[in-house]
Design a protein around this ligand. Structure first.
Ligand code: HEC
Length: 570
């Protein structure tokens, strides 16, 4: 087992003397209290009611504590467990734990026919066990001694815990609520989703996204209607999944006005029509306000189309899943490339020119942070404010500083303006820009800079398409959706197909946490239409494509780009 054994428990929220006093004073009153919120902390974070870390023994002699020992580490935040790798971790949601276990074919289907499992795990799935319901007493026995209500010894992969009565009360109370009711946004016939669109976005992109959603839903809902009409005695295996069948309803949530007011607008839309999850989405500027809203309500949000995601620590998984770390990821990849391709000795001053916008500031900040300290000290920041920077600006910003490396975090018009002042004397200057700011086409590269400009390029390079792309393209043609903004359409299509796969895996367990876990699981095995070379989400990961190329106009294929770096993962 490759578990991290030493894990520092989170410190308590209260000073130790105060916590001790409170627990003494409250001991008599709280001994029998059942607080699901305290149980949730044990389950998710590995923190006891006292603020002490949970401790347990694994495999008979290995001590684990804190988050590593939390139930969520193995049984996952949803409680639905997992059957990855060689071990099967069973579901321990309330309705399953505190009732007799009777295997259900729809729940076993994936493990039996679709997941690649090694043979011991396969055998376990094929021979599902029944057992009697747990109650708090038998649960305590299972956790302490590893014996289930039927007297069966639990595998040694299940740690042994010695919880006191108070923590046992809290944990039981929480487990009873876990997975006990569907999360909001689902009723007997329909599952509701929303997509967020703000003012000020590119109208063509918006149209491409919404047309894809509409066509996908039309196809899916027709299928659902057909299945529901099918006679129930059919031997058709989909009958097992009838319980899960729901139509999809996707609401477009339009945001107006300054982004500081978005959270309140989202709140109002949600109150009007609660949704299970947000899919895709397109806003002007940073995604952060929508991210924060989803975080607060634990609403899953899948693959918003943004270059400005909220970048969070991987050990605190958020409710939002992104394709990439956006512009921040590009700047970090460039910093790594620069330190490989331009060794220290020969490198003079480094200058980065950027617009004083969210995009520009994000790139400049991330590039600086990702540099080794000695280099960052020589990096000069030059923000551009004027609508059209003058020749004088370029002279002072670039030419007078005599950089040996120049990063132009700029759009096509600015790059063009710069190129007019670029002189042959600067031919040894290493030049870089972001393909995302340039609209990812070579057309935006001024003639005079071709052959010397490197671009951060976070998507698949033109010419390396996957076969699945051609199938998806023909689907789009059949829907009569115009050829523009293919990246937007393909990314939206992938989001919707992934949602469909994840929901099938969930059967009728409509838990948002489980949805995110199924998304993590399904992404890897799903066909990728190929905007990004590789997509995967390990447990808790929130950025599916982790790297970036540095590309340049191809020498022998005018109009094309080629990679000058390997796939860089910062
Ligand atoms: C290191 C991984 C791991 C952790 C952490 C873990 N479990 Fe388990 N648990 C397992 C495995 C594996 C099994 C399956 C054992 C078997 O069936 O033989 C299991 C089985 C169980 C069962 C028996 C289920 C049944 O249907 O009989 C219960 C109950 C349970 N775990 C509760 C918990 C609780 C509560 C926590 C947290 C306090 C927890 N587990 C933490 C791995 C883990």
């Amino acid at each position: 087992m490759s578990l991290i054994i030493r894990h520092r428990g989170k410190p308590g929220f209260l000073p130790a003397w105060l916590a001790a006093w409170l627990s003494l004073a409250g001991a008599a009153a709280t001994a029998w209290a059942r607080d699901p919120a305290a149980g949730r902390r044990i389950y998710r974070e590995g923190v006891l009611a006292s603020g002490e870390p949970v401790r347990a023994t694994l495999q008979g002699d290995v001590e684990i504590r804190g988050r590593t020992a939390s139930c969520a580490t193995c049984h996952r935040p949803s409680g639905f467990g997992s059957n990855e790798g060689s071990s099967i971790v069973p579901a321990i949601t309330g309705p399953l734990l505190f009732a007799d276990r009777l295997p259900r074919r729809a729940d076993l289907f994936r493990g039996l026919f679709q997941d690649p499992l090694p043979s011991p795990a396969r055998t376990a799935v094929r021979t599902p066990r029944t057992r009697a319901a747990y109650d708090q007493k038998s649960l305590a026995v299972a956790l302490r001694d590893g014996v289930d209500p039927d007297g069966r010894r639990l595998d040694r992969l299940m740690p042994r815990y010695a919880f006191g009565e108070r923590d046992m009360n809290h944990l039981t109370a929480y487990l009873k609520t876990l997975g006990a009711a569907p999360d909001p946004g689902v009723d007997d016939t329909t599952i509701h989703f929303a997509t967020v669109v703000s003012e000020g976005v590119d109208l063509e992109k918006r149209r491409a996204m919404l047309a894809t959603i509409e066509a996908f839903l039309r196809r899916r809902n027709l299928e659902v209607d057909r299945d529901v009409r099918r006679p129930s005695a059919s031997p058709y295996y989909k009958d097992e999944f009838r319980i899960a069948r729901r139509r999809w309803d996707l609401h477009t949530w339009e945001l107006a006005g300054p982004s500081a007011t978005w959270e309140a607008q989202l709140e109002a839309r949600y109150r009007e029509r609660p949704v299970f999850a947000l899919l895709g989405g397109l806003v002007a500027g940073s995604w952060a306000p929508v991210h924060c809203y989803c975080e607060r309500l634990s609403i899953p949000c899948l693959f918003p189309l943004t270059d400005l995601p909220e970048v969070v620590e991987e050990d605190r998984p958020s409710s939002t899943v992104y394709f990439t770390r956006g512009l921040q990821g590009e700047a970090e990849a460039l910093a790594l490339w620069v330190s490989r391709a331009h060794p220290e000795g020969r490198l003079g001053p480094i200058v980065q020119v950027f617009r004083d916008t969210e995009e520009g500031r994000t790139l400049a900040r991330a590039f600086r942070r990702a540099m080794p300290e000695a280099r960052a000290a020589r990096l000069q920041d030059v923000p551009a404010y004027a609508e059209v920077p003058s020749e004088e600006f370029w002279r002072r910003a670039v030419h007078d500083r005599k950089p040996s490396l120049l990063v132009l975090w700029l759009g096509p018009a600015d790059l063009d303006a710069y190129s007019k002042t670029h002189s042959a004397a600067e031919d040894r200057l290493a030049l870089y820009a972001s393909s995302s700011l340039l609209g990812r086409t070579t057309m935006a590269i001024p003639e005079r800079l071709r052959g010397r400009l490197g671009l951060t390029y976070p998507t698949t390079l033109p010419g390396s398409e996957e076969p699945h792309l051609f199938r998806v393209r023909s689907w789009f043609r059949a829907q009569g959706i115009a050829d523009e903004h293919e990246v937007v359409r393909l990314n939206t299509y992938l989001t919707l197909s992934l949602t469909e796969h994840a929901l099938e895996r969930m059967v009728d367990h409509f838990s948002r946490d489980y949805f995110l876990e199924c998304v993590e699981h399904e992404l890897e095995s799903m066909e990728n239409p190929g905007v990004f070379p590789r997509l995967s989400l390990g447990p808790g990961q929130r950025y599916a494509s982790k790297g970036c190329y540095i590309a340049a106009p191809a020498r022998d294929r005018p109009g094309d780009l080629e990679a000058i770096s390997s796939w860089i993962v910062p």
